[in-house]
Design a protein around this ligand. Sequence first.
Ligand code: AMP
Length: 189
Amino acid sequence: MLNIVIFGAPGSGKGTQSAMIVERFGVNHISTGDVLRNEIKNGTELGKVAKGYIDQGQLLPDALIIDILASVLDGLKDSKGVIFDGFPRTIPQAEALKKMLAERGQQVSAMLDLDVPEAELIDRLIKRGQDAGRADDNLETIKKRLVVYNEQTSPLKDYYKTEGLYNHINGVGALDDIFNEIAAVISKL
Ligand code: AMP
């Protein structure tokens, strides 16, 4: 089974490339951000808690998001594989994912790091805020999310290098060119 971690800063194109990976390779897509936005839309208790963190550009506590991820994973049936988008975002989350997959006789197959310079990330996120109306895509929250990414999430690059699973992907340019680089990595797994 393919278990791919798609990694990168907010605005690096994880969601867009995930959709293309799903279409080509027939894997399931788990986006923790989408799961949380759905809870908010449905007005659940979890949604209320999540909204507080998301609006502040902060991460949900590890224990909470790990539980959510585990239950989404348990809900998948007959899966050819999973693309994990927006999870893990901290070292404890990466360790939890490793353990969760090991308990199911599986492992992370590859981590893809979509690399995009910060100035371009900010431009893309502001544009997404205007087009898609995501409440956390405003300049103040974008800046907070990038600080959180640099401090809490980017150390995962070294974590996955140590695991021998790291793959650098140039995240700038035509979508198809970016996808071709990703597809070449996945095809070799
Ligand atoms: P995303 O759509 O992946 O950019 O996620 C939007 C927001 O959801 C983040 O800014 C966090 O507040 C929250 N979130 C999503 N995934 C995680 C995660 N793995 N750990 C903690 N918080 C998360």
